[in-house]
Write a protein that binds this ligand. Sequence first.
Ligand code: ADP
Ligand code: MG
Length: 315
Amino acid sequence: MSDPRKKIDRSNNPILEARARHRSVFEGTPLGAEVAQNMERLKRIQESDFKKPETTRIIAVANQKGGVGKTTTVVNLAAALAAGGLKVLVIDDDPQGNASTALGIAHEAGTPSLYDVLTGEKALVEILQQSQQLPNLYIAPSTIDLAMVDIDLGNDPERNEKLRQALEEALNTLDGLGHHIDYVFIDCPPSMSLLPVNALVAAREVLIPVQCEYYALEGLSQLLRTIESVRDSLNSELEVSTIVLTMYQKGTNLSQEVAANVREFFPTQTLSVEIPRSVRVAESPSYGETVVTYEPRSSGVIAYMAAAQELADRA
Ligand SMILES: Nc1ncnc2c1ncn2[C@@H]1O[C@H](COP(=O)(O)OP(=O)(O)O)[C@@H](O)[C@H]1O
Ligand SMILES: [Mg+2]
């Protein structure tokens, strides 16, 4: 029997390889029906290549609340788009380096990192590392030094524009080498220091992950004010393009209420897919892999793939 998916080049695609390995895992289990339904959706998503944006989309993923799913969203959207054939750059703009960890990238003290770029010691292209699992994915790692940037750049009149300058230069250099980048995701720390401001100045879009919990919208007004002031003074192009509902718990009133609330507040920006609370999503970073490569059939992966598809369709 011929494989209907044989038109896809499997040789270099970790998702498809892993999917083939796991093909029958759920057959005959109580989850089977739901998985079968999801598989149809997943198959459609994986078979349709993501639309290439006309110009590089630069997206700051921000929310000054910690633990809302910023890093998880960055690594999984980036991995999904990279696995779908686009070239993606992740900038780890958080001294904690969670995105670097989750993507399996070296970032111990002494590793050339975003700190060296923001302080003018190195060009951004000099610190990039390539993902071993997804060759289309490049990462600018963070080290703990990044926590010193506020102090080190305190008096520099261009302190808010360091990342924009470095990123523009890097994208031009990579273009010249035939490595045009389609998506840049900047993973912001949970604060409103120089680091997220640099991200908001470098980006054209802001993606805000909102956790489906009490107080989800609390604190967003502060973020929106910061975005507004960056738009007024430093980056007139900046817009909140995307809201992602994270850690959604199906069947709970709380999740439904929060989701409805957010959709009312951000009717056009909120993606229709909600990211479910999923153990697999929570576990995968400890393996240095994104859920996309670690567990390509979990509900979390399917949701992030659908989210990536929506994001790409809205280019
Ligand atoms: N959809 C999800 N289901 C289960 N756990 C999740 C999910 N998204 C994130 N987490 C977990 O929640 C914690 C916070 O997520 P993280 O992405 O690090 O948030 P932030 O970057 O906003 O601080 C992490 O332990 C992460 O693994
Ligand atoms: Mg984080």
